[in-house]
Design a protein around this ligand. Structure first.
Ligand code: NAI
Ligand code: MG
Length: 353
């Protein structure tokens, strides 16, 4: 199969881990006789430095034309402590999601057995946990009207959802539930928030089309607690943009490290595949970032955008094999890991496939 993949490394460790993700795609292409061609595009701080714009039109055009995007992360410490900065790296990320119509963010939380000890949660609570989050990605408080009044002393952000927006993400989650355990948990705050009441109403309506799926509605505060108390109770989880952002970072602890978690953003056009972590400036340039989140993002890309199930499973198995062989990056190593098994970003990438 011929495919054209856009590599968008972004900032910080985005550069380091995406390089490994791309190498894995190359190995898969060679193994299965596919022809993958690549182009690169700028986003985030790197794009601001080069063009003044966190998502230049040229990058957006390339994204729209490609068959899939492998993305890294955006961010730079200079913006984190400067809330007044008008041009910011994450504007590039939000614009990319909006312009490409990427309304569904899939975040599989899968714990590799070998990493049971890497989490701060007890192994007996974790073993067998396997959750697929659907986070709505182009609505909610992130994209609503925002601003200041009273001479800047009062700030506001408006959360807004339309029936249509909730319906399409709910349907995606129900479709996924049908291919998994036929269990879906919808998370909201319908006791207090109006957008949540619409959310619950619409999910209940869509549920009628999927009578086989067992549906549970939870308030987000309860979900935050239950994720840690009993992660195995969850299968497919669907939730709004803000709740999903927070809950999936929390859920990353089920998988042992942010460095292990991949995501797929899909919707109307080109799919974008990226680690859930950020640009991690505390470790940038040290060559120690865990590249597995990018590698597993490449696996999602193969499966979802290209329909290459076998190839995708091959990549996931390769990650499993490397872990079984005892290799670790620093973030997933523990006191029992021998020093010679702790590898850097490129070296652990070389062990794959
Ligand atoms: P972060 O996800 O970059 O890092 C959090 C912690 O996890 C750090 O201690 C980091 O070293 C560690 N970590 C993350 N990924 C790792 C990996 N692959 N291997 C080993 N350790 C890893 O979040 P943080 O520190 O809050 O933000 C850093 C910058 O990233 C900020 O500028 C922020 O705005 C940006 N950011 C960007 C995101 C994106 O592009 N999607 C998402 C989250 C943050
Ligand atoms: Mg986040």
């Amino acid at each position: 199969m011929k495919k054209n993949i856009l590599i968008v490394p972004g900032d910080g460790i985005g550069q380091e881990v995406t390089a490994v993700g791309k190498k894995v795609l190359d190995k898969i292409a060679a193994k299965y006789g596919h022809e993958f061609t690549y182009d690169e595009a700028l986003i985030g701080h790197a794009a601001i430095e080069a063009t003044g714009n966190p998502l230049p039109d040229e990058s957006l055009e390339k994204m729209k034309k490609s068959d899939a995007v492998l993305f890294g992360a955006v961010g730079h410490p200079k913006y984190d402590n400067d809330p007044s900065a008008k041009v910011r790296p994450e504007q590039g990320l939000l614009k990319m999601r909006k312009e490409l119509g990427l309304y569904a963010n899939l975040r599989p939380i899968k714990l590799f057995d070998e990493l049971l000890g890497a989490s701060s949660i007890k192994p007996e609570i974790l073993k067998g946990a396997d959750i697929l989050f659907f986070r709505e990605l182009t609505g909610d408080i992130y994209f609503g009207e925002k601003g200041r009044k009273d001479n800047g002393d009062t700030a506001f952000d408006i959360a807004q959802y339309s029936r249509y927006e909730v319906e399409r993400i709910a349907r995606k989650a129900f479709e996924a539930a049908m291919t998994r355990g036929k269990k879906l948990c919808s998370v909201d705050k319908a006791n207090v928030i109006e957008t949540s009441r619409l959310w619950r109403e619409v999910v209940q309506q869509v549920a009628k089309e999927y009578p086989e799926v067992e549906v549970e509605h939870q308030f987000v505060d309860a979900t935050a607690m239950l994720l840690i108390k009993d992660p195995k109770r969850f299968d497919v989880v669907v939730t709004a943009n803000l709740f999903g952002d927070i809950l999936t970072d929390e859920a990353s602890q089920i998988a042992g490290s942010m460095g292990m978690l991949a995501s797929a953003s899909i919707g109307d056009g080109t799919g974008v595949y990226e680690p859930i972590h950020g640009s991690a400036h505390d470790i940038t340039g040290k060559g120690i970032a865990n590249p597995m989140a990018s590698v597993l993002s490449a696996a999602l890309l193969l499966d979802i955008s290209f329909g290459m199930k076998q190839e995708s499973e091959d990549v996931i198995n390769a990650v499993d094999q490397v872990l079984k062989a005892g290799f670790r990056t620093g973030d997933i190593a523990d006191a029992t890991t021998p020093k010679e098994k702790i590898l850097g970003t490129d070296a652990i990438g070389e062990e794959l496939l």
